[in-house]
Design a protein around this ligand. Structure first.
Ligand code: PLP
Length: 355
């Protein structure tokens, strides 16, 4: 079997949840497990968090919510962060007891068409300018006379991971104002970075950590002691000698500076290894770090072998929780992206192991 493997450390997930739960104090945690739990596996992640006592989960849409509801026997709240897109989604909400987050007027019509009676969250835009109603009163007027139960008001921060950004103050002020002038059963604003950096500035009933659950420290200068949950690794298929001056891989972008050995690893961009790591990433081997040389291919990548202890069949790790392994955040930074994209880019063909 192809050895390209994604290992998900559920023990670390549980530990991260406990750290965040402690940090959240009396606020309830709505665990953000959208996009297949940021690529970590919706079912394994939700099962683990349910065991830790989590009762409220945020997924992307009705399809993901329905999958989760069918999977679990526990009476959890399933919140749809993207709300609903049509009346069929509204019907799924009714059938599977899913709570949509409403952010545009058409969604109310879809709920009415589907004769939805149940809970809804409202989302208001306080500065992110993505989704969220602009006028709460027009929205509430439209909802009048229909048996929706509004369970809370949420908004989302644009710059929580940059605590000093002036936009945070504006959004916090706007949300505080709403808390003072409206009467909803619950208010929610903070994501992972907000929970860590801004929770001393605002009291909310529900916090919505996502990335921190998966072990990425949202504010590196204020580490919580989170542990990485996902690890990407594979094995060396063969070791090849190459001559000084010989090029490797597509485009001949790397040339051997000396007679040396190259390790061919069964992991490529079709697994989710970013091609941008070509000629700049590295993998951790028992003997130390081996640099990625030449272009990453669809199914393979090549490592310069710097120790004679490296052998075919040896394991190499590209990011994860192993001691000295690069973190997902470090790897993401090398390819000008964020760990979120790295995690959600892991492809289904990787063998998944859950610890
Ligand atoms: C509305 C909403 N809340 C919470 C989160 C969780 O954010 P984070 O993963 O940064 O904690 C997200 C993620 O994108 C989101 O869209």
């Amino acid at each position: 079997m192809r050895p390209a493997t994604l290992t998900i450390h559920l023990g670390h997930l549980a530990l991260n949840y406990r750290l965040l739960h402690k940090r959240a104090g009396s606020s309830e945690i709505m665990a953000v497990i959208k996009a297949d739990a940021y690529g970590h596996g919706l079912f394994a992640v939700s099962d683990t968090l349910i065991q830790e006592g989590c009762k409220t989960f945020a997924v992307t849409d009705a399809a993901e919510g329905a999958l989760l509801r069918q999977h679990t026997h526990h009476d959890i709240n399933i919140i749809l962060l993207s709300g609903i897109f049509d009346a069929e989604d509204a019907l799924l909400c009714q059938t599977y007891k899913l709570t949509p987050v409403l952010s545009q007027l058409e969604q109310i019509n879809h709920l009415k068409t589907a004769h939805y009676v149940g809970n809804v969250w409202l989302k208001i835009d306080t500065g992110m300018a993505r989704i969220g109603v602009e006028s709460l009163s027009a929205f509430i007027t439209q909802m009048k006379d229909h048996p929706f139960n509004i369970v809370g008001l949420m908004s989302h921060l644009a710059c929580a991971d940059t605590p000093e950004s002036p936009l945070n103050r504006m959004q916090l002020d706007a949300f505080r104002q709403l808390q003072q002038t409206t009467h909803f059963p619950a208010y929610s604003l903070l994501n992972s970075a907000g929970l860590i950096a801004l929770s001393s500035q605002i009291e909310t009933d529900v916090v919505r950590p996502g990335i921190a659950l998966y072990g990425d420290e949202p504010i590196p200068s204020q580490p919580l002691g989170l542990k990485p949950v996902m690890q990407l690794g594979s094995k060396i298929m063969q070791i090849r000698p190459i001559k000084k001056g010989q090029s490797v891989s597509y485009g001949a972008t790397w040339i051997a500076p000396t007679d040396m050995l190259i390790a061919v690893v069964a992991l490529g961009y079709a697994d989710g290894l970013p091609r941008l790591l070509s000629n700049q990433g590295q993998a951790l081997h028992e003997s130390g770090y081996l640099p990625i040389v030449g272009r990453i291919c669809m199914d393979y990548c090549l490592l310069a072998v710097t120790s004679n202890t490296v052998q075919a069949g040896d394991e190499v790790i590209f990011f994860g929780y192993a001691q000295h392994a690069p973190t997902a955040a470090e790897v993401a930074q090398q390819c000008q992206t964020i760990s979120y994209e790295l995690f959600t880019g892991m492809q289904p063909r990787l063998t998944r192991h859950y610890l």
